[in-house]
Write a protein that binds this ligand. Structure first.
Ligand code: MTE
Ligand code: MO
Length: 457
C-alpha cells in the first residue's frame, strides 16, 4: 500500500491558493485549546471536591464549606444558576451560541478570483445528523447572489405547451405542496483532489454538499397546467434570473416522475437568498448546477439545449482527451467527518467514528469502515432515517491504540453501486477531471493525534 501525500512536502506541493491555512489553523488551535481547558477544569474541580471530603458544596471549585452549611452564597454557584437570565429574544430570529462561532462556512482564498463567482464550503466536520442548518448551507454563485422581491418575481412556462403561462410566487404557493429531504452536491465537490491531495479539511474536500427539507410544487404540475405536449417534449430548459444566465437541460423522465420540484421552502422557512429565494429547482440526485436558483423560466423542448454550462463547464475530461457531457447523477459517495483532517484526537481510547453517505441513484444500503487503510472493513451502523437521494449518517465504534491509523469509509447504494478507490476511479477517468470525484476518502490519524488528508492507492 502506498500513501500519496502523507509527507509534508507533498502537501505543500498542492497549489497554495487552495489552502485556507490561516482559517483552518485558527480553528484547530482554538478547538484544541478549548477542549483541553475544559478537561483540565473538570479535573481541578474533581480534585478539589475530593480534597474537601467529597461534599457537594466543595465540588464547586473547592470553596470552603461553612460550618452549618446554611448560607447558599458560600456555594459560589455560577451566575446562570443563581441570577436572572436574559429576556426573550427581541430581534426575533435566533442565533447560535457565541461559543460556536468557529462553525462557519468558509471560502478558500484564491480558489476563485472574485467573491461573486465563488464558493463557500459547509463545515461538515461540525454538523450532526443529516440536515444542514440553512445558515451553513454551502453556496455556489456564478455571478453573485440576490435578494429578489417575491412580489415582483415571475416563473414563465413556455415551449412545447398549449398555453404558455406566467406564475407569480403566490400562485405557486397556493398549489398543493410536497416536502422532501434531499442532498445537493456541486458536481465539482472534491474536484481539487483529482490530481493529488490538495486541501486539509473535510470542509474543503467535501463541503460543497448540504442537505435540507425542501418544500415546493412538482414541476410536472406546472407543466400539466400549461398543457405540456408529452408526445414531443423530451427535455426541459431551466433558467435563472441572475446575471449568470444559468441554464440547464433536464430530461423529462426525471420531471414526469414528480421528483423535480419548484421549491420555495427550505428547512421549514422560505429559501435563503443565497440559495435561490424565492424559487429554485430541486433535482434530486443530480449535480448542484441543475438546481437552478432564482428560477424564472422553464421551456419544454425536444432535444438537449447544449448551453454554455453544458458545453464549456460541467463536462468531464476523459483520459483519451474527449469530454463526457450531461453526467447528471451524483454517484455513491461517503466521507468520515469525525475524525477528519484538521481535527486532533486528544488521547487514545474510544471514539465513535461518524460520517455521511449519499447516492444520486437512491438509498444508501451499507457503509463499511476501515481503520487500516483498506485492508480490513467492518460494517457501520446507519443512523435513521435512510431516505432516497438524501444524506445518511453512519457511525461505528473504534478504540484507538495511539498508533498511526488510516480511516476510510466505503458506501454501497441500493442499486448495488459501490464507491471506488482512487486507483479504480483513475483507471477509468484519469486524473485531469474537475467534476464527479466520488473516490474513497482517507484520513491519516498520526501518533500525536493530528489528523491529515492523505490518498491511498
Ligand atoms: N441562478 C443560478 N442557479 C445556480 C447557480 C448560479 O450561479 N445561479 N449555481 C449552481 C451551482 S454550480 C450549484 S452547485 C448550486 C449551488 O446551490 P447553493 O448555492 O444553494 O448551495 O446552484 C446552482 N444553481
Ligand atoms: Mo456547482
Amino acid at each position: 500500500m502506498s500513501i500519496i501525500g502523507s509527507l509534508p512536502g507533498r502537501l505543500l506541493k498542492a497549489p497554495e491558493h487552495f489552502v485556507d491555512v490561516q482559517g483552518v489553523k485558527q480553528v484547530w488551535a482554538e478547538g484544541k485549546r478549548g477542549r483541553r481547558d475544559f478537561i483540565r477544569q473538570a479535573f481541578a474541580a474533581a480534585a478539589a471536591g475530593a480534597a474537601a471530603g467529597g461534599s457537594g458544596a466543595a465540588l464547586a471549585q473547592g470553596n470552603p464549606v461553612s460550618a452549618d452549611g446554611g448560607d447558599p452564597n458560600i456555594l459560589n454557584l455560577p451566575a446562570h444558576t443563581t441570577g436572572l437570565g436574559q429576556a426573550v429574544v427581541t430581534d426575533g430570529y435566533g442565533k447560535p451560541s457565541q461559543f460556536e462561532r468557529n462553525v462557519q462556512r468558509r471560502q478558500s482564498p484564491g480558489l476563485t478570483q472574485t467573491t461573486q463567482a465563488s464558493v463557500s464550503f459547509a463545515p461538515l466536520q461540525s454538523l450532526f445528523g443529516i440536515v444542514t442548518p440553512s445558515g451553513l448551507h454551502f453556496e455556489r454563485h456564478h455571478q453573485g447572489w440576490w435578494d429578489i422581491d417575491p412580489s415582483k418575481h415571475r416563473l414563465m412556462i413556455n415551449g412545447l405547451v398549449k398555453t404558455p403561462k406566467v406564475f407569480t410566487v403566490d400562485e405557486i404557493m397556493r398549489l398543493p405542496s410536497v416536502s422532501r429531504f434531499h442532498f445537493i452536491e456541486c458536481g465539482a465537490n472534491t474536484g481539487m483532489e483529482w490530481g493529488n491531495v490538495a486541501v486539509p479539511t473535510c470542509q474543503y474536500t467535501h463541503g460543497m454538499l448540504s442537505c435540507s427539507e425542501f418544500t415546493g410544487v412538482p414541476l410536472v404540475t406546472l407543466l400539466e397546467m400549461s398543457g405540456a405536449d408529452w408526445s414531443k417534449g423530451r427535455f426541459v430548459l431551466a433558467e435563472g434570473a441572475d446575471g449568470s444566465s444559468m441554464t440547464r437541460t433536464i430530461p423529462v423522465s426525471l420531471i414526469r416522475s414528480g421528483e423535480v420540484l419548484v421549491a420555495y421552502g427550505q428547512n421549514g422557512e422560505m429559501l435563503r437568498p443565497e440559495n435561490g429565494y424565492p424559487l429554485r429547482l430541486v433535482v434530486p440526485g443530480v449535480q448542484g448546477v441543475s438546481w437552478v436558483k432564482y428560477l424564472r423560466r422553464i421551456e419544454l423542448g425536444d432535444m438537449p439545449y447544449a448551453t454554455k454550462d453544458e458545453v464549456i463547464h460541467y463536462v468531464d475530461l476523459m483520459p483519451d482527451g474527449k469530454h463526457r457531457q450531461y453526467t447528471n447523477i451524483q454517484e455513491i459517495k461517503s466521507v468520515i467527518t469525525t475524525p477528519s483532517g484538521g481535527q486532533v484526537l486528544l488521547d487514545k481510547g474510544f471514539y465513535s467514528v461518524s460520517g455521511l453517505a449519499w447516492s444520486g441513484r437512491g438509498k444508501v444500503r451499507r457503509v463499511d469502515v476501515s481503520v487500516d487503510g483498506g485492508r480490513n472493513w467492518r460494517r457501520a451502523r446507519l443512523e435513521g432515517p435512510v431516505l432516497d437521494k438524501c444524506l445518511t449518517r453512519f457511525n461505528i465504534d473504534w478504540v484507538w491504540d495511539g498508533k498511526p491509523a488510516i480511516v476510510q469509509s466505503r458506501a454501497t447504494d441500493d442499486t448495488g453501486h459501490v464507491q471506488p478507490t482512487y486507483a479504480q476511479l483513475r483507471a477509468v477517468r484519469g486524473r485531469r477531471s474537475i467534476y464527479h470525484n466520488n473516490a474513497i476518502q482517507s484520513w491519516l490519524v498520526q501518533e500525536n493525534g493530528e489528523v491529515k488528508n492523505v490518498q491511498v492507492s
